[in-house]
Write a protein that binds this ligand. Structure first.
Ligand SMILES: [Zn+2]
Length: 111
């Protein structure tokens, strides 16, 4: 279950930023490329956060789509997975962006 590794990295990032403050909620942006399953993510986050400042915190997951940028026609298209050709014109000269990001977007602390 690769979600656990992902969540461990996220919790590490939370701890670095939060210090000793108790965390209520975090927002995380994860690229489509990681193929994260929301349910597995929730469970893994709970495990990874256990015993840390993020224990019991809610993790809000935002899946960032992949973007295919075509060098031939200049179109950018949102795609669900790695595509070999531009969805707009069919050219094979596409670059994929955005799908591999992993960003801790925000942290809300307990009052
Ligand atoms: Zn194109």
């Amino acid at each position: 279950m690769h979600e656990l590794g992902l969540c461990t990295s996220i919790v590490d990032a939370i701890e670095r930023r939060a210090g000793t403050r108790a965390v209520a909620r975090v927002k995380v942006r994860v690229g489509r490329f990681y193929h994260v399953h929301a349910e597995a993510f929730d469970q893994s986050f709970e495990v990874a956060a256990s015993g840390t400042v993020a224990e019991g915190a809610e993790a809000v997951l935002f899946i960032v789509p992949l973007e295919a940028a075509c060098a031939a026609c200049g179109a950018t298209s949102e795609v669900d997975e790695v595509v070999p050709a531009c969805p707009a014109c069919g050219a094979f000269d596409v670059a994929l962006n955005g799908g591999d990001e992993l960003v801790l977007e925000s942290i809300e602390y307990r009052a």
